[in-house]
Design a protein around this ligand. Sequence first.
Ligand code: AMP
Ligand code: GLY
Length: 419
Amino acid sequence: MNVLIIGGGGREHALSQVISKSNKLTKLFAIPGNPGIAKFAKCVDINPLNNQEILKFSLEKNINLVIPGSEVYLENGITDTFSETDILVFGPTKAATQIESSKKFAKELMKKYNIPTANYEIFNNFDKAKNYVLSNSIPTVIKYDGLAFGKGVVVANSVDEAIDALKVMLLDKKYGDGNVIIEEFLDGEEFSLMTFVHDELMIPMPIAQDYKRLSDNDLGPNTGGMGVYSPVPIIDKSSIEFSINEILKKTVEALYSEKIVFTGFLYGGLILTKEGPKVIEFNARFGDPEAEVILPKLESDILLIVMNLFDNIMTEVKWSNKFHLGVVMASNGYPSKYLTKFPINGIDDTSGIVFQMGTILEDDILKTNGGRVLLVTGEGMTLKDAQERAYNNILKIKCENLIYRKDIGNKSLRGRKDG
Ligand code: AMP
Ligand code: GLY
């Protein structure tokens, strides 16, 4: 079969690598792809937000299956565009993407079906929101209800910080005209649980832990993720079982009961509180950088899993029990302003896989081309081994403008939040 991946980051690089190993694959394409993906797929220079052009290309090339990487494409209706054709899309429709794009939708669904999450209130009026903050406890969490690329969440440790966030979101309308959710602060260890979903069927993957803050010891601003590892020994087995059965499975069934068919990767951003696991957020696609440490563990054929799901058949999925750890190398200045187009050398000297998140090839020279640039990985039979290999590989990358965290994996190695 012919497969088309939409996107050009590290997640799509990991998807292209694992799909290229499938026995079912004839030809793999990526729109727009990147220099890393180009080793596995034919990269095609079409605007990934131009659904009609993607549809035309897919019909011409006899594509059988489309896999969108980012929520941006889902929110832009890529799945809905293909709904009248025989081409399958492993990604949710715009309506089902609301589980990620509308926090109000996700929160109300969880409330109705008793899925554990933080208590919350929704506001559109600044004064009412401010009064609510004044009458509730600190820390508190202020979230913009819409896609804000990970920047619409403020964990406020003081009333002033909370009110400043409300001003930015409700008075200055920095991210748009949406609502704001004020949420109870949850304390605990965070982890990501991803699943393959179609209709009522769900297949869980091994869990991962993403480091969202920019700097060591969880300091600095929130980012798209600065490093990741899988599995996560600090999260016990029974909490994982609970998360699979009482959170993800229940959510898939809840969507189904609401007649919202979800097809694709459903991602639970979870936190292990004293009362057990609770939902921080859902995403309607694979995590990035989670994909880059989970997909290399997949020992079954990904296209078989996906095509079986479309036929309502569950596949027994095999995963390697090795540890995989990845460290993001980001442009100095990310997640704010940064410069790009710095040459990158040394990728081929590493012993692990280096996933390309934001790169470009210019005159045959690989250069930085984004905020998050590379995810340098290591694997091993222990987490410590995987960590050592990843950091040894980092030392082989030569590029003058890249920064990285030095503590990825330490939460499980040394106990919680000690960096
Ligand atoms: P989100 O974009 O919703 O994943 O939020 C980004 C980050 O903010 C999360 O990974 C958490 O670290 C933090 N966060 C969000 N909601 C809460 C909450 N209710 N309690 C504590 N931390 C939170
Ligand atoms: N790594 C977090 C995300 O993909 O949203």
